[in-house]
Ligand binder design. Structure first.
Ligand SMILES: [Fe+2]
Ligand SMILES: [Fe+2]
Length: 268
C-alpha cells in the first residue's frame, strides 16, 4: 500500500479517531484499524474487467464486499460539485491543458467548456468515451456542448484542411498504421459534417492534445468561473439530483460498490 496516499485518503472520521487518541499506542491502534478496514474488504469489479478470465470463486473468502466509500480514495463532499470530481476523482491534466489551449487561442466559453469536459468520460469508461461523456454532462450544459463532445470521438479520426486538422501522428503509434475506423464512427463523422454545430466539435479536436505535456500543470481553479457560468451544478450534488445520468456520477464516487445491496440515496 502507498502509505502517503493511504494517509491522504483517510476519512474525516478516521483522522479524528487517530488524532483524538490519547497515547501513541492508541494512535497506532487506530491507524491499524483504519488500514484493516481498507484492506479487509473485497472489491466488486464489473465482468467486463475480467477479459483474461474471472478468478475462481473462493468460498473461504468471507470478507465483506466494500460498500460505498473506498478508504483508498479521497472522501468526497456530500453534495459534490464538478470541481470536486476534478480534484478528487479525475485524472484532469489532459482536459485542463486542452481548455487552456482553447482559452489562450481566444475561443468563447462554450468552446472552452467543451474542451474542459470533452474526455472526462474516460474516467468512467474507455469504450465510446465521447458518447459516455456527452451523456454525463448533457443535463447540465448547453445542448451544443454535449453534441460536440459526443461527435469529437469520430471527428478526431478525420482530417479537415479548412481547420488545418490532420490525422494525429500519435494515433499511428497508439492504434497502429493498419487501424481501420469502425463503420459506425465513419457514419457519425459524415452526419456531423452536415450539422450546424460541426465547428464546435471540430474545435474540440483542434484544441485536443495528442501528446501529453508532462512539464505543464494546469490548475482546475483557473476554470472554476467558466464552470460556474456554463455547467448547471445541481444543488443536491452530482450523483444525487435524480437526473437520468446521476448513476454515472455515483459510479465515480463509489467505483467499487458491490451490486448485491442497494446504494443509498445519499452518501453516509
Ligand atoms: Fe477524446
Ligand atoms: Fe482529448
Amino acid at each position: 500500500m502507498d502509505r502517503r496516499k493511504f494517509l491522504n485518503s483517510l476519512s474525516v472520521a478516521s483522522v479524528a479517531t487517530i488524532t483524538g487518541a490519547a497515547t501513541l499506542t492508541e494512535k497506532a491502534d487506530a491507524l491499524e484499524d483504519a488500514m484493516d478496514d481498507a484492506l479487509n474488504k473485497r472489491r466488486a469489479k464489473p465482468n467486463a474487467c475480467y477479459v483474461d478470465g474471472r478468478p475462481a470463486y473462493d468460498s473461504d473468502d468471507e470478507r465483506p464486499y466494500l460498500q460505498h466509500y473506498d478508504p483508498l480514495l479521497p472522501e468526497m463532499p456530500k453534495a459534490p460539485q464538478l470541481v470536486d470530481f476534478y480534484n478528487l476523482r479525475f485524472r484532469p491534466q489532459h482536459v485542463l491543458q486542452s481548455a487552456r489551449l482553447a482559452k489562450k487561442a481566444g475561443y468563447d466559453e462554450k468552446i472552452i467548456t467543451a474542451c474542459l469536459l470533452h474526455d472526462i468520460g474516460l474516467n468512467l469508461m474507455n469504450t465510446d468515451h465521447g458518447y459516455w461523456c456527452a451523456q454525463m454532462v448533457a443535463p447540465y450544459v448547453d445542448e451544443e456542448i454535449a453534441w460536440a463532445i459526443e461527435k469529437h470521438q469520430a471527428l478526431r479520426f478525420f482530417a479537415d484542411k479548412d481547420f488545418g486538422y490532420e490525422y494525429p501522428d500519435a494515433y499511428i503509434r497508439m492504434f497502429g498504421a493498419d487501424y481501420e475506423i469502425e463503420p459506425y464512427i465513419e457514419h457519425a463523422y459524415k452526419e456531423a459534417r452536415k450539422n450546424k454545430w460541426y465547428k464546435t466539435s471540430r474545435l474540440i479536436t483542434i484544441n485536443d492534445l495528442y501528446s501529453f505535456d508532462r512539464s505543464l500543470t494546469v490548475e482546475v481553479d483557473d476554470f472554476v468561473d467558466i464552470m460556474g457560468r456554463n455547467f448547471k451544478q445541481p444543488k443536491e450534488g452530482l450523483g444525487f439530483d435524480g437526473s437520468p445520468v446521476a448513476h454515472m456520477w455515483r459510479t465515480l464516487i463509489w467505483p467499487n460498490t458491490d451490486c448485491r445491496s442497494p446504494v443509498p440515496i445519499r452518501p453516509h
